[in-house]
Design a protein around this ligand. Structure first.
Ligand SMILES: [Zn+2]
Length: 131
């Protein structure tokens, strides 16, 4: 049975725009952005709303609940892992990994919850495990 948690994670790139996201991640929080002009949430965080191009975008904390929109298992990797698009309960869809589970048992539409996995000398990386 393939387990994903032994995979080494490279430190994610942190820059001015994503610093608040990774600072929150270090505290176990997942942030996304919501547009104050049109009300649409989005992910990944951007300086402008991808729907109406307003710059009135604000950080919001996600509940950590979501469902798997689609996924793919990378079986040729040294340690197989599952990459997935997870739709957060708040609406936006984010690319992530599904961890702490049997990779063969992952299903589209499955309920998942936020977990953080340590990266190699960087902030922890948000991922999802079966809820
Ligand atoms: Zn907008």
């Amino acid at each position: 049975m393939a387990q994903a948690q032994d995979r080494k994670l490279a430190a994610p790139p942190v820059n001015f725009e994503t610093q608040p996201f990774w600072d929150a991640a270090a505290q176990g929080k997942l942030l996304y952005k919501k547009c104050a002009a049109c009300g649409e949430p989005h992910f990944y965080p951007r300086p402008f709303c991808p729907f109406c191009f307003s710059d009135k975008v604000e950080w919001q904390e996600a509940s950590g609940r979501g469902t798997i929109y689609t996924y793919s298992v990378m079986r040729r990797a040294p340690v197989p892992y599952a990459i997935a698009y997870v739709t957060l309960a708040e609406g936006p869809t984010m690319m992530s990994n599904i961890v702490d589970c049997d990779l063969d048992a992952i299903k589209i539409g499955q309920a998942v919850k936020l977990v953080f996995k340590p990266s190699d000398s960087g902030p922890p990386v948000p991922m999802f495990a079966p809820a």
